[in-house]
Write a protein that binds this ligand. Structure first.
Ligand code: PBG
Ligand code: ZN
Length: 323
């Protein structure tokens, strides 16, 4: 007679029983697909460090939006890249600017697709910082009204949700007020609540032409060493009225996601960022890893840690793997 009383292998013996007892699920409905829209016409350019990801001019979005909706993806996150940048990021509030045009185009192509507008100045400022600057100093309170105005501009153009990624203190409060004042009290805010000053954003900065011209973002994005402070940031976004909270980047920060899941009842999003995507793509291209397995393992890891929503450049591939 056996003396082994816990036989874990009983529930691993076949695919059916493994599926029956699986703790984590992944659905195409969990995914948000980020899209870079560049000013101009006739542009579809691949981002070198992000194979498979392109900058599109608004007139070239049609085939992509068709692919996204046919894949069953229900939400996209838009980043606008304007032609003209200045010190105050004026184009961010242009009702006919690149972001507004892209939103209108997508809502025209696919009215049911949930369009989320990323709210931040770094793609619009000539210095590449997420706020107004005074010398080397990144201004907090002076930046807030511009973020409110940018959010209102995006929602007026048809955005269904806004996602402030600026990491200025008080951003969600000011954006909530600005939206409510315009009658958009039903428009949700997804806060980039715990956004770390991460090396994993560098491919994005090439993609969005948004690298800071001087210094870095450490005076406003979070120190990578701080887990407790991340909980305070998440809690603060909730207090300011964020409807969805976010942790960014994803994979090196799943401890934060798990902790947030245990503490908060709000929907939690994770941003599987550009550098995380680039690393998988590079290793897969070199033949070092099995791309599909690694992508799906990463997706499951984010869900298992407690994420409800995954923002990922892999969304189209994941949709295909799931179908
Ligand atoms: C802009 C913004 C960034 C990302 C999302 N919004 C870059 C940054 O803060 O430098 C990063 C996304 C990614 O790396 O995929 N505030
Ligand atoms: Zn920014």
């Amino acid at each position: 007679m056996s003396t082994i009383n816990n036989r874990f292998r009983r529930l691993r013996s076949g695919a059916v029983i493994r599926d029956l007892t699986a703790e984590t699920t992944l659905s195409v409905k969990d995914l948000i697909y980020p899209i870079f829209v560049i000013e101009g016409t006739g542009i579809t350019e691949e981002i070198e460090s992000m194979p498979g990801i392109f900058r599109y001019s608004a007139d070239r979005l049609d085939p992509l939006i068709t692919r996204v909706t046919e894949a069953g993806i229900s939400s996209v996150l838009l980043f606008g890249i304007p032609e003209k940048k200045d010190a105050v990021g004026s184009e961010s509030c242009n009702p006919d600017g690149v972001l507004a045009q892209a939103i209108r185009r997508i809502k025209e192509l696919s009215p049911e697709l949930l369009v989320i507008a990323d709210i931040c100045l770094c793609e619009y400022t000539d210095h590449g910082h997420c706020g107004l600057v005074d010398g080397e100093h990144i201004l907090n309170d002076e930046t807030l009204p511009l973020l409110g105005k940018m959010a209102v501009t995006a929602v007026r153009a048809g955005a269904d949700m806004v996602a402030p990624s600026d990491m200025m203190d008080g951003d969600v409060t000011v954006i909530r007020h600005a939206l409510d004042e315009e009658g958009y009290e039903q428009t949700p805010i997804m806060g980039y609540s715990a956004k770390f000053a991460s090396g994993y954003y560098s491919p994005f900065r090439d993609a969005a032409e948004s690298a800071p011209g001087f210094g870095d973002r450490r005076s406003y994005q979070m120190d990578i060493r701080n887990g407790r402070e991340a909980i305070r940031e998440l809690n603060n976004d909730i207090e300011m009225g964020a409807d969805i909270i976010m942790v960014k980047p994803a994979l090196a920060y799943l401890d934060i996601v798990k902790e947030a899941r245990n503490r908060f009842l709000h929907p939690i999003a994770v941003y599987n960022v550009s550098g995380e995507y680039a690393m998988v793509k590079a290793a897969a291209r070199a033949g070092y890893i099995d791309e599909e397995r690694i992508i799906m393992e990463n997706m499951i890891a984010m869900k298992r840690a407690g994420a409800d929503i995954i923002i990922t450049y892999h969304a189209l591939e994941v949709a295909e793997y799931l179908s």
